[in-house]
Structure formats: structure tokens, C-alpha cells
Design a protein around this ligand. Structure first.
Ligand SMILES: *Cc1c(COP(=O)(O)O)cnc(C)c1O
Length: 432
């Protein structure tokens, strides 16, 4: 019935998350409010960690792509669950440092890392820096030499697979701002260059083929292409690349009838492909890393809003306005992302109205969803938007000087604030 096991309906007819009444949470903590279920997030972490154990005898690492939902508490959870963390900016790295996350399990991404960010990465002893381009490789090498360090790197490779949600093609891959292309020879040139540098130690290669992908085929193909590159690199340069990071991108349930593969199935099939391919080439199985983001937190979070006005425009549509919007969830405004919503305090009633959910910003495009079914609702109702755990808080802004919502984590039916609601003073603290 629901997009996540953490959601249910109680005897009052209210939506619950992790055993907590959503309408009660809204009353206690105010709205808009992000609410997460800790147990389900930990279950997802464990499934990925276990799949590395089962498929690769533990010679690998499951890494949380923190851009999906970065905060100190997520770092602590990942630390406890023995996951790594992938960061893609100095700010994300700083958060992990401040949360006391083990730096050897941090992987630093980004297509245009600044000098300051690379210095922070070197000073923090980040486990792997994923080098995206030649300028970065040169800059990192000279910085590392300055710091008298040899830093472990991976190279970001474009495997030439353009994965869409339900299909994938092998063209247009060079047109990406991320990484080194194989076809043009730039990836191999980077291997040779890195191999002759004293400030860097080339450990591995990385690819990330897209996001919210429901098929397993593109992941298998990417693994084959990457292993082919490792094999070619060995033949052409003598360099044995020992680590392969296959990125993230596993799909989640945004709508009740979405049917993403179970994570175990992805991992088992990709692992079989990895093993078979290595055997075919006669090369050792590299250390395998995966980087799930969305699928760790996405379906395990919801957003609660209070309904304000309900505008019925006869023959046109009904606008249900909420006290947040594109400021806390820009994904519909950005790319038409699908979401399910419901009246949290009327969860046992039929979804009898088709409405457009609008935010409170001064933009007509400030919509959470159009033409979606919810219960008959009125001012004061609590509206829940489901599967907002990933790329919502992390993409939130202060447009219209609207403070960012608080985030609450529920564990054993006990809620606790993990990110405080911003105050008006927070909004002006950098104004001079
Ligand atoms: C975004 C990203 C991920 C995570 O993607 P999801 O679709 O959230 O699983 C992993 N690795 C890299 C390099 C990314 O940019």
C-alpha cells in the first residue's frame, strides 16, 4: 500500500512513520517538517554492507552518497553501520570531519574541486580523491608534493553508458561534464600521467551512470566496460588497478506502483558479472565500492505541511497551498519529479480529490505536484508528501527568506530533532 515499510495508519486514522503519529509530530515540532525513520535507513545500510560481505567476501565498501541527505547525524549512522561516505564539496567534507567520521572511509568527488577543497581533503587525510580531469590531477599532485604526501586517488571514468530510468543507450556519453572518456583515449592518458606522479597513488577507477535506475542491465554493462578498461590499462601501461567503484543510482519507490529491484538482486547480478568478467580477462577481482544515496534515505523520509488555502477554480483545477514548497522540495519545479501525497490526519479516508499542491513562494512554478489524488482537504489539515528523504533537505533553499524546516528522526517510536528549524536570525546572520 505504501511506498515504504516505515509508513502505516493508526487507529485514529492518522498516517504514522516509524510508529509515530504524523499529525502529532506536526503539532509538536511545527511544519514544514522533514521526518525520517531511522530503523529503515539502518536496514538499507545493512543490506548494502551485507551484500559486499556476501558477494565479495568483504573486499569492498558500501558508501553513502551524502548529497542525498547530508547532516552530522547521518554521518554518525553511517559510521555505526560501517559504511563509507561520499562527499562532493568542501561543505560536505567539513560536515563529515565535524561528525568525527573515519576519514579513511571518505571518498571525495566533484568535477571542479577548488584548490581550497583539495587542501582540506589533504589536510583531513581523505581516503580516496576521485580525480575528474587533468587540471585537477596536476593541481592535486603539486599540492600533495607541497604537503609531502602521497594521496590515494581514483579516476572518474565515463564508461559510455547513458542510463535512463527504464532504458539505456550507448551514445552521447562523451557529452558529460564528469570524468575522463574512454573512447577518446583521455582516460588511458590520465592513467599514464598519474602513474608517473609522486604526489598521487592511483588505486582505482570510478563510474556513476545515472540515478533512480530501475534496470540492472546498465549496471552490468558498466561493470564490464570498467573491467575492460582495467584490463587494457594493465596491458598498455603495466599498471594494475586494484579498486573499482561502481557508483550509485539504484531506483526507489516514489509512487505505490513503482517497482524498483530489491537491492540484493542488483548486487548479486552485478557481482556475478564482475566475477565472470574478471575470470574471462584473467585478472584479480578488484575491491568493489558502491555508492547508494537515494536508495538509503529516499523512501524513508516524508515531509509534513499544514494546508492553508484551498482554491477551487471551477473547470480548471483545485490548488491546495501548503506552508512550504519549492524551498524545501524543488524537485517538481526542477524536473517534474513524481510524488504521492496524502492528508496525514485523514489517512483512512479515500483519496477522492484530484488537486495541485502549491507552495508559498512568489513563483507560479512553485508546485510540489500537479493533478494528484489526495483526501478531501481543508485549511488546517496536515499534508504529507512521501519519499522525500533524498534530495529534499539537501536541495532546500531560503528563497523568499523562508527558513529551512527542521528534521526529526524517529527511532523505536521516539522522535528527536536532528536538524533544528532555521530562525529568522539565522537568515540575517551573514547580512552586514
Ligand atoms: C549522486 C551520486 C551518487 C548517488 O546517486 P543515487 O542515485 O542517489 O544513488 C553516487 N555517486 C556519485 C559520484 C554521485 O554523484
Amino acid at each position: 500500500m505504501f511506498v515504504s515499510d516505515c509508513l502505516s495508519v493508526n487507529k485514529e486514522g492518522h498516517l504514522t512513520i516509524g510508529g509515530c503519529d504524523a499529525a502529532e509530530l506536526a503539532r509538536e515540532y511545527g511544519t514544514p517538517l522533514y521526518v525520517y525513520d531511522e530503523e529503515q535507513i539502518r536496514k538499507n545500510c545493512r543490506a548494502y554492507v551485507k551484500s559486499i560481505e556476501d558477494n565479495y567476501g568483504g573486499n569492498g565498501l558500501a558508501i553513502f552518497a551524502s548529497k542525498a541527505f547530508m547532516c552530522m547525524e547521518m554521518c554518525r549512522i553511517c559510521k555505526e553501520e560501517k559504511m563509507g561516505i561520499d562527499v562532493a564539496s568542501g561543505g560536505e567534507l567539513y560536515t563529515a570531519v565535524k561528525a568525527d567520521f573515519p576519514m579513511d572511509r571518505v571518498v571525495f568527488h566533484g568535477n571542479n574541486k577548488t584548490k581550497d577543497e583539495l587542501v582540506l581533503a589533504l589536510e583531513s587525510n581523505v581516503g580516496r580523491i576521485v580525480v575528474d580531469n587533468i587540471e585537477e590531477l596536476n593541481m592535486l599532485n603539486s599540492l600533495a608534493c607541497e604537503y609531502k604526501k602521497t594521496t590515494k586517488i581514483m579516476l572518474r571514468i565515463k564508461p559510455g553508458i547513458d542510463a535512463h530510468t527504464h532504458s539505456f543507450i550507448r551514445t552521447g556519453q562523451i557529452d558529460s561534464k564528469f570524468g575522463f572518456a574512454i573512447e577518446t583515449g583521455e582516460a588511458m592518458a590520465a592513467v599514464k600521467l598519474a602513474n608517473n606522479m609522486t604526489g598521487v597513488e592511483l588505486c582505482g577507477v570510478h563510474c556513476h551512470i545515472g540515478s533512480n535506475i530501475f534496470d540492472i542491465d546498465p549496471f552490468e554493462l558498466a561493470a564490464k566496460v570498467m573491467l575492460g578498461f582495467i584490463n587494457d590499462a594493465k596491458k598498455e601501461t603495466g599498471v594494475q588497478i586494484t579498486e573499482l567503484n561502481l557508483g550509485g543510482g539504484f531506483g526507489i519507490k516514489y509512487l505505490s506502483d513503482d517497482e524498483p529491484e530489491e537491492y540484493g538482486a542488483y548486487m548479486n547480478r552485478v557481482a556475478k558479472t564482475v566475477k565472470d568478467t574478471c575470470k574471462g580477462f584473467g585478472i584479480p577481482i578488484p575491491k568493489i565500492m558502491i555508492e547508494p544515496g537515494r536508495s538509503v534515505v529516499g523512501a524513508e523520509g516524508i515531509t509534513l505541511y499544514t494546508v492553508g488555502s484551498v482554491k477551487d477554480i471551477p473547470g480548471v483545477r483545485t490548488y491546495v497551498s501548503v506552508d512550504g514548497g519549492m524551498v524545501d522540495n524543488p524537485r517538481y519545479a526542477l524536473y517534474g519529479a513524481a510524488y504521492e501525497a496524502m492528508c496525514a490526519n485523514k489517512a483512512d479516508q479515500p483519496k477522492s480529490k484530484t488537486v495541485t499542491i502549491a507552495g508559498k513562494c512568489c513563483e507560479s512554478g512553485d508546485l510540489i505536484q500537479e493533478h494528484t489524488d489526495i483526501q478531501e482537504s481543508e485549511s488546517g489539515d496536515i499534508l504529507a508528501v512521501l519519499s522525500t528523504g533524498a534530495y529534499n533537505y539537501s536541495m532546500a533553499s531560503n528563497y523568499n527568506r523562508i527558513p529551512r524546516p527542521a528534521a526529526v528522526m524517529v527511532k523505536d517510536s521516539v522522535p528527536r530533532v536532528i536538524i533544528k528549524r532555521e530562525s529568522y536570525d539565522d537568515l540575517i546572520k551573514n547580512d552586514v
